[in-house]
Every structure is written in C-alpha cells, then in structure tokens.
Design a protein around this ligand. Structure first.
Ligand code: 5GP
Length: 215
C-alpha cells in the first residue's frame, strides 16, 4: 500500500500542525505540486521542507524506470513493469501519470485523497505533464516551479550526479528546455541558486497558503 516518503523514515516524519478532537469537522489539506527539470534539486529541497513543515507529507509515485543504487522499493518509488502500470492506469489508480524519458510515472490516487481528507497537506514532486493534469482535476492545487539558475548550471548538475548514461542525460536536458517554457502553468517560481534560500522560499509558500482565506 502506498505510503508517504516521510512516513518511511523517522527523520522525515512531520507531526500534524494542530491536534483535533474526535468528531470535529476536518478542513481538507492543501495539495502542493513541486515541478522542475530533472537535476534541479527537487528532492533535496523537499526533504528539507518536509523536515521543517509539520503536517506536510510527500506522496510516493509508481514508476517503471530501473531502480537506482540505494533506492528502496516503496520509499523513493514503487517500482513496477509497464504491463502492471498500464493496468493500474486503466483502473483509475492514478490522479495523474506521464511518460518521461522512456518510463512511466504515476501518483497513487487513494493515498493522496485520504491524506487530504484527514487534513494533512500533501506534496507531489512530479514533472510538468503531470502537474498540468493535477491542475485540471484539482483546481485548488498550488503549483510551484523550481527553476535552475541557468540551463548550463542544470547540465553541470545532471552530469555531476552521474546516475544516468549520456543518452539519458541528453534526453533529460532536452526535456528541461521544454519544461522551462511551461512556467506559465505554475503559481510560484523558486530559483534554486542557493539551497537554503530555495528551502525558505518553498516554506514561505506553504505557510502563506495555509493562512490564505479560501473562497
Ligand atoms: P527520476 O527518474 O529522476 O526519479 O524522475 C524523472 C522525473 O519524473 C522527475 O522530474 C520527477 O519529478 C518526475 N516524477 C516522479 N514521480 C512522478 C509522478 O508520479 N508523476 C509524474 N508526472 N512525474 C513524476
């Protein structure tokens, strides 16, 4: 059963912001989407945001891509094959899904909707096609674009990470160029030049959205 990345590791656990009495009506949580080109630092930023902002949990996606060294099934991703993914998608298992650099990725519906109902804020760390689907189906979702200081800096980071072969890096850079043109889809843009500053900016967005008076 899907679980949040934050629930898998005690260091990432975040307590709800306010305690609730039994039977009290729960205000649904906010749905945040963090998008940005591959290699921009989305996971680094969100890990720090999760450890600081109580009441925020990250959804674990399903993917068909190969497991990288150090990745654990059910923690970074649920790893599966294309046939199983297609079946899950046909059964409406995902709130959004996309093909990225030759692999499928999808966000489990039940887990996310349940957490929101419980009043927790949920963050999805996904690419731009998925972000657009979320925007269509969840009009109240808050979309944040994490941008690199420049495309050259992004290329340096992708190569420095050394998790993919050259052809995959080229595919991801090409995709990054397209994603950077889609900033208009988002409500906020945070440039990841300095990690501390980027973490503070994402936290500021989370806190501000919690205070926003909703219609
Ligand atoms: P990676 O293979 O580097 O882990 O992820 C490739 C891209 O897919 C990243 O931009 C990542 O944020 C995105 N991604 C991860 N999970 C999902 C998902 O469930 N849906 C979509 N649309 N994109 C995802």
């Amino acid at each position: 059963m899907p679980a949040s990345k934050s629930n898998q590791s005690s260091s990432k656990e975040s307590a709800p912001t306010q305690s609730r009495k039994r039977g009290e009506k729960v205000t649904p949580g906010n749905l945040f989407v963090l998008t940005g080109p591959s290699g921009v630092g989305k996971n680094t930023i969100i890990d720090r945001v999760l450890s600081e902002a109580g009441g925020l949990v990250e959804s674990v996606s399903v993917t068909t891509r190969n497991q990288r060294d150090g990745e654990r099934d059910g923690v970074e991703y649920f790893f599966t094959d294309r046939e199983s993914f297609e079946k899950m998608r046909a059964h409406n298992h995902f709130i959004e899904s996309a093909e990225f650099a030759g692999n499928y990725y999808g966000t489990p519906r039940n887990w996310v909707e349940q957490r929101l109902k419980e009043g927790l804020d949920v963050v999805l760390v996904i690419e731009v096609q998925g972000a657009k689907q979320v925007k269509m189906h969840f009009p109240d979702a808050i979309l944040i674009f994490l941008a690199p200081p420049s495309i050259h800096e992004l290329e340096k980071r992708l190569r420095g990470r050394a998790t993919e072969p050259e052809d995959v890096i080229a595919m991801r850079l090409d995709k990054a160029g397209q994603e950077l043109k889609e900033r208009d889809v988002f409500h906020y843009e945070v440039v990841n030049e300095d990690v501390d500053q980027a973490v503070n900016n994402v936290l500021a967005i989370v806190y501000a959205e919690r205070c926003r008076i909703k219609p």
